[in-house]
Design a protein around this ligand. Sequence first.
Ligand code: ADP
Ligand code: MG
Length: 613
Amino acid sequence: MATATGAQLIARTLRDLGVTVIFGIVGIPVVEIAEEAINLGIRFVAFRNEQACSYAASVYGYMTGRPGVCLVVGGPGVLHALAGIGNATANNFPLIVLAGSAETSNVTKGSFQEMDAISFLTPHTKLAVRASTLDSIPGSVQNAYRTCWYGRPGPTYVDLPADIIQGNAPASLAVPPPEKILLPSPPRASGDPKMILKAVQLLKSAKAPLLVIGKGAAYARAEAGIRKLVEHTQVPFLPTPMGKGVIPDSHPLNASSARSAALKHSDVALVLGARLNWILHFGEPPKWSPKAKIIQVDICAEEIGRNAGTAELGIVGDIDLVVEQFQHALANWRYTPSPLSAGGQPFPVLLAESAKKNEAKAQKAALLKTPSSSPLTYQRAYHIIKSTLNTLTPPEAGDVVYVSEGANTMDISRSVFPLYHPRQRLDAGTYATMGVGLGYIIAAHEAFNASASPGTTLSAAAKPKKIIALEGDSAFGFSAMEIETMARYRIPALIFVMNNSGIYHGDSTSEDSWRSLQDQTIISDTKASSPAEEGKKGLRSTSLLYETRYEQLATMCGGKGYFARTEEELEKATRDGFLSDSVTVVNVVIDPGIGKKIGFAWQGNNNKQEAKL
Ligand code: ADP
Ligand code: MG
């Protein structure tokens, strides 16, 4: 008689749902699930910390449009994976977390890794369910998978008691019928036609219409329709940080370089898949005009009218379908700019002037050659990385997936590296989560290079992408051990650690340290120098050790490490790292920026604090 263990049933259910990769860390008893999954041909990517694997699974869902799957042990494993659950909630990424738990008969007795994860996670997930009998396994897993994916994406959780994982299922359950389990992609809704008409009237009457493109539009895979809409209407557009690439950054109507001017002057904004949260300054003055009418298009009705969103104009629906409706309704219209006020300039002219000014400023910093007595700046280092990459692959080919996290590291890189394709730039996101970078690299490798899920249209899946990460020295440290994961799975990522000796910037000890770094040999120097004893007095809460040889984390596991203090060293490291077939870490020693203002540029000047360091 055919029987199956709970672990086999779980693995089969996942396979029958179309899962091709699981991100996780095993221990007793979930190791059996992972092993059964591998036996069924599912890739299991084994991490070093549950935070990183839960982040990876969350963003994998965003990139592929299908839920990311994370498998961890109970108790502490679940606690660590809560990081990814929070990240998935904040970003609306589809994520299913499965975890082991105590034997049902031993609950409350102080069992191994015991925790009431259902009570704990219910407020933080769309659904938290325990498979408390063997025959409830397929249904629980399927429901959790469907729930995280359908509607507004988010995290769900399945609790798997040890006795269920290790139990033997009756013959009738041994082979779940796949046709009953394979789920179709989420159902999609069009917008209310009356609301589309209302929005169209308003757009037609606008003097400064603006399209705001968020990561919801990228997730909806609405790029073809949005590109057509922009081409046809000639309305300027502004992508959010992860909305970049839905329309190529090179497009003449891209208002990114004139972001402040675009937000300040727009009178009618059509917001496609972006919340009016901190990233868009709540849609409120002073960043936005108090008179702006903001038309939100979102899959989630509760989002409509939030903050400065114009509730009576909101459209609930799938962006791809709604954009198609807009295309039809605007078929005979094209934006004709006129002066914003008597004697004033038309909106596009204003945008162009502001962009020109901002781009000239950025260009100046990028072209400033580094004197031999000074460290590289962010702008100069990025310029060198970018121009070197341009000689290796044309940027419009989209052969690179960018991952970036940190404060300045992320802020400055956003405008330097242009995007031509959607979902190829991953950053700290809505939660500004530091520590996501290394997990995101692994997820990007899985999404683009290793295993396309069934039903996804990863146009360039056949051609491997180079994954390039720009990591702040602090951000990198959160999950640095995942370098070993990359080495183990032969993920040839190129990681730049922008080492400015601190969070935001370095401290008064950094200057001496920088001088001492000039004398170090490029080849890994095992006797790492220690900061001068008296220098420690200057340590601030933001300080990190400048002398840290981050690149050795790659060499310790067979990858390549580069120490880059000069333009020449950085150029060589970029070239070698791009061509390398193993993981590469480049320790880019940059200006510590002592005395610079602390700030996250995105939050606007209001929130910047003077650094008294
Ligand atoms: P950003 O960070 O780019 O500003 P957000 O994460 O704030 O983007 O917003 C994305 C929005 O997109 C969310 O409110 C989410 O509900 C919405 N969304 C996700 N998928 C779709 C879809 N297919 N159609 C419409 N809206 C979507
Ligand atoms: Mg730093």
